[in-house]
Design a protein around this ligand. Structure first.
Ligand code: ATP
Length: 431
């Protein structure tokens, strides 16, 4: 990557990125930012684009979220915007933030945040938040590359605030914390460091790397299951989770979570979306398909007992625990199914979550598993329960058994058409 701003030397408030903003953002987005900024100015609140948006702008990467921080009351600003332009509002009083979803369907959701200071009552605790200045807001952040702001109101439009030399680190491709206690305050930042490093091809700067030490690992080991799991969830959302897991493992951070994580293989197969013909996949509400698949593949070689302990430690939703255990068991018994007929595969796999079947397919490439997902699971006999009743059969276990045998015959190619099926039905019904 070439230099972003050729004359950048160090902390320099004279850098103006107005042209970069105009070049990188599409006109409707710029227009939206101007509208918000004008409203903010009217209240006398300086307003800035901050954090990941500035970083990604400098890296010429697409800007996914638009985070706007203002020195003032974000909730008051958000209410004024809704009054003037409509749209939906979600308010988080405790954190002095508001999320505004403008009416226009192609408009992004805007997070409006009051600049704040964060203090940690104890290592690893969630921070206590108080309203403050932009400078404090930048100093509460994780890494220098995420601690920059670009002012967007009035004549200040485009002015860069970079008190912690984030731009310098972007140029050096370096991930650097802001102070030596950063990982003790919040050890989830260790995961974040690795995510950014791998995602952007950066390196974690040596002094920062040294802070992944016994003290920060100890605080990490005391974090809640939800917070830890969420960090992995975010890794599975990245294009290359394997490299991130490997780097975290080399930093010895998994040991403090569960000793089996340390001995895992990290080469996950690509987390491909299944083909549309593969049917429906149930995943827990709080996780995406990719995250659920990532977890299933990641833990597939563990024993049931280890999966259960980990699932408890990391607060897995029940559906995910079931999918991981089913996948791990299926993978182990797979070699003994080799000679099975399609009906045997189907009746066995029908009882398992599709996610587990798909995960084992990705690691084994066993064609019976893709045949099951794309074809066999959908195969049904033409005969229905009503047909059996019409023949004078009483509903009961025998009913289900006949339908099952008709389905098996179809799956195994013993019944190919209506005539075949009628013949088989007649013989089963007479028995
Ligand atoms: P991504 O592209 O991964 O979403 P992002 O920078 O947008 O990156 P978010 O998790 O949305 O990341 O956080 C927004 C900003 O909030 C970050 O850029 C960073 O400045 C700050 N931040 C987020 N999490 C932490 C944390 N644990 N400690 C300190 N600052 C944080």
């Amino acid at each position: 990557m070439g230099r972003i701003i050729p004359d950048f030397l160090c902390y320099n408030t004279n850098v103006n990125l107005a042209d970069l903003l105009k070049k990188s953002l599409d006109s409707s987005l710029l227009d939206l930012i101007h509208r918000v900024a004008d409203e903010s100015s009217a209240f006398g609140f300086p307003i800035y684009l901050v954090g990941g948006s500035v970083r990604d702008l400098m890296l010429a990467r697409p800007i996914v979220d638009l985070d706007l921080t203002l020195e003032g009351d974000a909730i008051k600003l958000a209410r004024a915007l809704v009054k003037k332009y409509g749209g939906d509002l979600t308010i988080h009083e405790k954190f002095f933030t508001a999320t505004w979803t403008p009416q226009s369907s192609n408009s992004p959701i805007l997070d409006l945040i009051s600049a704040r200071r964060e203090t940690y009552a104890s290592p690893g605790a969630l921070p206590t938040v108080t309203k403050s200045t932009l400078d404090d807001d930048l100093r509460r952040r994780d890494f220098t590359i995420n601690a920059m702001a670009i002012r967007v109101d009035g004549d200040y439009f485009g002015e860069l605030y970079d008190p912690l030399h984030g731009q310098n680190d972007i140029e050096k491709k370096s991930i650097r914390v802001l102070h030596p206690k950063s990982f003790v305050d919040d050890p989830t930042r260790i995961f974040r460091a690795v995510r950014y490093a791998e995602r952007y091809g950066f390196t974690v700067e040596p002094e920062t790397l040294k802070l992944v030490n016994d003290e920060s690992r100890k605080v990490l080991s005391d974090l809640s299951g939800e917070r830890l799991r969420h960090e992995f969830d975010l890794i599975f959302d990245e294009p290359n989770p394997s490299a991130m897991l490997k780097q975290l493992s080399e930093l010895d951070v998994f040991q403090s979570i569960h000793d089996q994580l340390q001995v895992m293989r990290y080469e996950l197969p690509p987390l491909e979306e299944p083909l549309s013909g593969f049917g429906e996949f149930a995943v827990p509400d709080m996780l995406s398909f990719r995250q659920s698949l990532g977890w299933t593949l990641y833990l597939i070689n563990l024993s049931e007992a280890d999966i259960e302990t980990l699932a408890e430690r990391l607060a897995f939703p029940a559906l995910l625990t079931k999918a991981v255990i089913s996948a791990s068991t299926l993978k182990k018994v797979l070699p003994s199914f080799k000679e099975w007929k399609p009906s045997q595969w189907t009746f066995h796999l029908d009882d398992l979550p599709s996610l587990s079947v798909y995960a084992v397919y990705l690691v084994s490439k066993e064609t019976a598993l893709s045949d099951y997902l794309s074809k066999w699971q959908h195969v049904k006999p033409l005969t229905t329960g009503d047909d059996l009743k019409a023949r004078g059969l009483e509903p009961g276990p025998r009913f289900g058994e006949i339908l099952r045998q008709l389905r098996a015959a179809r799956l195994d190619g013993e019944v190919r058409n209506e005539e075949d099926e009628s013949r088989l039905l007649a013989s089963l019904a007479n028995n």
